[in-house]
Design a binder for this molecule. Structure first.
Ligand SMILES: [Zn+2]
Length: 259
């Protein structure tokens, strides 16, 4: 299995990261795609992934929640620093991310416009470096999909999509976008609806560690992909082996270059 979206460089894992990775491998997770959220976090992602190159694959980006009103607005220089870091480390990178739109945290028109401008720059960066995108959307599913399509983004993973299943189905069919499902699917009616609506060929697995686990409030980790697999197998009426096989193939095709 491939965990397509995890925050494994987060401080929550500083005390026991090697044990977390071992448990993931024991549960059949071969690769963990680690996403970054801002220039500082992106550097940490590169360092942490370099320590575990067989399992961890780095992505770097600018998380849309950094545009929230209670934070300093990200500067052009900070966004450019992410682009420079991506160019300098192109050989190691699996994707650009975490990027996207978040209209739940970010409420004002001015901040949302800045968020959209940043996403457009990140799509252009992914295009320049021939990399796929690892995309967040919250309360902005439709807007995120529309902006990505308008920018011509072609290789896209939508992580923990919270928008309408019908928008997701259209993006999966028309744009070939992949939607990754976290272990919290076991307790989320919305995620279960998304799984029912999309073909298995448009789905992937993610943990979003340390959040979105099967138990709210408990630190999530990549080994918990097993919970999502069980739930997907039930919802789709197929074996767990089939879920693992198809979602892994989907992720490999999207990201390329990972075994
Ligand atoms: Zn995330």
């Amino acid at each position: 299995m491939i965990d397509c979206h995890a925050h494994l460089a987060a401080t929550e894992f500083d005390a026991d990261r090697p044990a977390v990775i071992e448990r993931a491998r024991g549960a059949g997770v071969r690769r963990i795609v680690v996403v970054g959220e801002d220039p500082g976090d992106d550097r940490r992602v590169l360092e942490v992934c370099a320590r575990h190159p067989q399992v961890l694959c780095p992505c770097i980006g600018y998380h849309p929640d950094r545009f929230a009103e209670d934070r300093d607005l990200p500067t052009d220089d900070a966004i450019e620093a992410v682009a420079r870091l991506a160019r300098d480390n192109r050989a190691q990178l699996l994707a650009i991310g975490e990027v996207g739109l978040d209209y739940w945290y970010v409420r004002t028109d001015a901040r949302r416009a800045a968020q959209r401008a940043c996403l457009e720059r990140m799509v252009a960066l992914a295009d320049e470096l021939a990399l796929p995108l690892n995309v967040h959307s919250r309360s902005a599913g439709h807007q995120t999909l529309a902006l990505l399509a308008a920018c011509g983004a072609q290789r896209v993973l939508m992580h923990a999509f919270d928008g309408k299943a019908s928008y997701a189905a259209r993006a999966a069919e028309q744009e070939g976008y992949l939607f990754s499902i976290p272990p919290s699917v076991v307790r989320s009616v919305q995620k279960q609806k998304l799984v029912r609506r999309l073909p298995l060929e448009s789905l992937a697995l993610e943990s979003d560690s340390p959040v979105l686990g099967p138990d709210p409030g408990v630190r999530n980790e990549p080994a918990n992909l097993a919970h999502a697999v069980r739930c997907l197998a039930e919802l789709k009426g197929v074996s767990e082996d089939r879920v693992r096989e198809v979602t892994t193939g989907n992720a490999r095709r999207l990201f390329g270059g990972i075994s």
